[in-house]
Design a protein around this ligand. Structure first.
Ligand SMILES: Nc1ncnc2c1ncn2[C@@H]1O[C@H](COP(=O)(O)OP(=O)(O)OP(=O)(O)O)[C@@H](O)[C@H]1O
Ligand SMILES: [Mg+2]
Length: 577
C-alpha cells in the first residue's frame, strides 16, 4: 500500500502540508481564548477588542482553506490509489491460470475489485489523515494545555492509557467481522448475477420464490454480520466520550474547588482556554481511537485485494518464436488430470496432425474432447507427455505467440456486450481489415441475419449475446475465429446450434477460408465430420480408433455404433415427419 500511496506523493505532500496547517490553526484558536477572556472580557484592552475578532475571522478562513485543500488532496491520493489498485488487480486477473477460475467465482472477484479495493484505499487515506492531522492537533492542544496548567493536564493524561486499552479490545473483534462481511457481500453479488443471467430459467421453472429464499438467507447473513460490526463501531465513540467525560468532570471539580479559591491572576482566561483545548482535543483523540479500527479494515481488505495482485500469473517459460506455423501438431503420450481432480481425463494420447489437414475428434460426452483443445492452447499443462507444434514443444514457445497460431470456436459461444463487429474483430490487433470482415460475414452466414438488425454490424448484442439466437451467436463466434486468420482452426461443437441446412452452408463456406489451414473439428453430429481427412475417436479419455470415415465404419467399433445410432435416428425422424 505504501508503494501505491508513493505513486501520488505530490498530492500526498500537499495534503499533508495543509493538514498540518489545519492542525496548527486549531491549536492557535484554542490558545487565543485566553486573551479573549482576560484582555477582552475581564479587563478590556482597546487593541485586543479591535483586532482579536478580525484575527479570529482570519483564522477561520485559513482553517477553511486548509481543510478544503487538505481533504481534497487526500481524496486525490485515495481515488488515485483506488484506480491504480483496480488497474493492477484487473490486469493480473486476466493472466491468472485457468485453474484459478475453477476455485474463485466471478462474484468473489467482483467483490474484491469493487469492495475491497475501495475499503483498502479509504482506510489508508483516512488513517493517514488521522495520523497526520489528528495526531498533530492532539499534540498541539496537549502542549497548550500543559502550558496553561500542567496539573489539570496531568489529570487528563492519566486517562489516555485507559482509552487506548479499550480501543485495542474493541478493534480486535473487527478484523474477523470485516472479512465475514466481505464474504457475504460476494454471496449477494453471485446470487444477483445468477438470477439475472438465468432469469428465463427462474421463470420457466417457477423458481422465483426459491431464488428469493436463498437470496433472503444471504441477505440476512450480511445484515447480521454488518450489525455485529456496527455494534462495535457504534460503541467506540460513546465509550470514548464517557471515558473522556470522567477527567473532564474531575478537572472541573479540582478547578472550581481548589484553584479558583487561590485567586490567581488571569485564571478565568487560562481556564476557558484550557477547557476550549480540552473540548477540541477530544475529537482528534476519538478519531485516533478509530484509527485502529480503520487499520484493521484496511488490512483485511488489502490482504484480499493483494492476494490476487501477488498471485503468480500463468507460467510462460517459453521463449521461442515460431512466426506463422505450418500447423503440424503432435501429441506424444499425453496424460492429463484437472488440477482439483486427481482422476485422469486424458490417457496416453498419441496424435499427429499433418499441416493443412482436417481432423475430426468425436466421442461420447465427457470423453475429453474439449480438454484436448485446452491442452493445445496451453490453458493447462499435460501431466506427462509432450505436445509439439511444427516440431517444437509448445512449452518452449512464447505463450502469446503460441496462442496466436490458433483460432478457436469454443463449445459455449462467448460474446461481449459490444457490437457484432467488435465481437468479430476481437483480439485481432488494431488493424481493421474491412474486406476480410466482409468475407467472414459471408462465410459464417452472419450477413444472413445481421442485415435485419437495427444497426447492422454495429448493433450491440447484449450481455453474453442475449439479443441473438443461439445459432446466431455461434455464427458470430465462427466469424471471429475466421477473421483471426490463424494457421490452426479449432471448432468445438461450433455448429451444434445450427439447423442442418445452415450447418452445411456454413461448412461449405468456411472450407474455402480453411484452405491451407490445419483444422480440428469436434462434433457430435457425425454427418458433419464424414469428409474429414482423419477421424479420431475418444472414449473415456483414451484414443480408441482413428482413420477415415470409411475405415472406421468398416471397423464396426464405437464410431460405427455412434454413426448408425444417429443415422437410424435421422431416418426414423424423417419417417415420422
Ligand atoms: N475445469 C474442469 N475441472 C475439472 N474437471 C473438468 C473440467 N472440465 C472438464 N472436466 C472433466 O473432464 C472430463 C472431460 O471433459 P471435456 O469437457 O473434455 O469433455 P468433452 O469430451 O468435451 O464432452 P462434451 O462432448 O460433453 O463437450 C469430464 O469428465 C469433466 O467432468
Ligand atoms: Mg466439450
Amino acid at each position: 500500500m505504501i508503494g501505491y500511496v508513493a505513486g501520488h506523493k505530490w498530492a500526498f505532500f500537499v495534503a499533508a502540508l495543509f493538514l498540518v496547517i489545519g492542525a496548527g490553526v486549531q491549536t492557535i484558536s484554542a490558545w487565543v481564548i485566553e486573551p479573549l477572556v482576560n484582555d477582552g472580557l475581564v479587563d478590556p484592552k482597546p487593541d485586543v477588542i479591535r483586532w482579536l475578532p478580525i484575527f479570529l475571522g482570519g483564522l477561520l478562513c485559513v482553517q477553511a482553506i486548509a481543510n478544503f485543500v487538505g481533504n481534497y488532496a487526500m481524496a486525490a491520493v485515495g481515488r488515485g490509489v483506488i484506480a491504480d489498485l483496480r488497474r493492477d488487480l484487473f490486469a493480473r486477473m486476466v493472466v491468472l491460470p485457468s485453474a484459478f477460475y475453477e476455485q474463485n467465482s466471478s462474484s468473489r472477484l467482483i467483490s474484491k475489485l469493487v469492495y475491497d479495493v475501495e475499503q483498502t484505499a479509504v482506510a489508508t487515506t483516512d488513517t493517514l489523515t488521522s495520523l497526520i492531522k489528528d495526531s498533530l492537533s492532539t499534540m498541539g492542544l496537549l502542549s497548550l494545555m500543559f502550558y496553561l496548567d500542567w496539573r489539570l493536564t496531568l489529570i487528563f493524561i492519566a486517562f489516555v492509557p485507559i482509552i487506548v486499552v479499550i480501543m485495542r479490545l474493541a478493534s480486535k473483534r473487527f478484523r474477523s467481522t470485516t472479512q465475514k462481511i466481505q464474504d457475504s457481500v460476494s454471496g449477494i453479488t453471485r446470487l444477483t448475477r445468477e438470477a439475472a443471467d438465468g432469469q428465463r430459467l427462474v421463470k420457466t421453472y417457477g423458481a422465483a420464490a426459491q431464488v428469493v429464499n436463498v437470496f433472503g438467507e444471504a441477505n440476512q447473513q450480511n445484515y447480521r454480520r454488518s450489525m455485529k460490526r456496527a455494534r462495535y463501531s457504534s460503541a467506540v465513540v460513546p465509550v470514548t466520550t464517557l471515558i473522556t467525560g470522567v477527567p473532564f468532570v474531575i478537572i472541573m471539580y479540582v478547578y472550581l474547588n481548589y484553584l479558583m479559591v487561590a485567586q490567581e491572576e488571569g485564571l478565568a482566561g487560562i481556564f476557558m482556554s484550557f477547557v476550549g483545548a480540552l473540548v477540541m482535543v477530544l475529537s482528534p483523540i476519538k478519531r485516533l481511537g478509530k484509527v485502529n479500527e480503520k487499520i484493521q479494515i484496511g488490512i483485511t481488505s488489502s490482504m484480499s485485494a493483494f492476494e490476487i495482485i501477488d498471485m503468480e500469473a500463468e507460467q510462460d517459460t517459453g521463449t521461442l518464436t515460431v512466426g506463422r506455423a505450418t500447423g503440424a501438431i503432435e501429441l506424444n503420450n499425453v496424460n492429463f488430470a484437472y488440477p482439483w481432480n486427481t482422476e485422469a481425463v486424458l490417457h496416453d494420447i498419441n496424435l499427429s496432425i499433418t499441416p493443412g489437414k482436417r481432423v475430426a475428434v468425436v466421442g461420447p460426452s465427457g470423453s475429453g474432447k474439449s480438454t484436448l483443445t485446452a491442452l493445445l492452447l496451453r490453458l493447462y499443462l499435460p501431466d506427462s507427455g509432450q505436445i509439439t507444434l511444427d516440431g517444437v514443444d509448445i512449452k518452449s514457445i512464447n505463450l502469446g505467440e503460441l496462442r496466436s497460431q490458433f483460432a478457436i470456436v469454443s463449445q459455449e459461444a462467448v460474446l461481449f456486450d459490444d457490437t457484432v463487429r467488435n465481437n468479430i474483430v476481437f483480439g485481432s490487433g488494431s488493424e481493421f481489415n474491412a474486406k476480410r470482415l466482409e468475407e467472414v460475414l459471408d462465410a459464417a452466414h452472419v450477413n444472413e441475419f445481421v442485415t435485419d438488425l437495427p444497426e447492422g454490424v454495429e448493433t450491440r448484442v447484449g450481455e453474453n449475446g442475449v439479443r441473438l439466437s443461439g445459432g446466431q451467436r455461434q455464427r458470430v463466434a465462427i466469424a471471429r475465429a475466421l477473421y483471426r486468420d490463424a494457421p490452426v482452426l479449432i471448432l468445438d461443437e461450433a455448429t451444434s446450434a445450427l439447423d442442418a441446412l445452415s450447418e452445411r452452408y456454413v461448412q461449405h463456406a468456411t472450407e474455402a477460408l480453411m484452405k491451407n489451414r490445419t483444422s480440428l473439428v469436434i462434433a457430435h453430429r457425425l454427418s458433419t465430420v464424414e469428409s474429414a481427412d482423419e477421424i479420431i475417436v475418444l472414449a473415456d479419455g483414451r484414443m480408441t480408433e482413428r482413420g477415415t470415415h470409411e475405415v472406421l465404419l468398416a471397423k464396426n467399433g464405437l464410431y460405427s455404433e455412434l454413426y448408425h445410432a444417429q443415422a437410424s435416428r435421422t431416418a426414423s425422424g424423417q419417417a415420422t415427419s
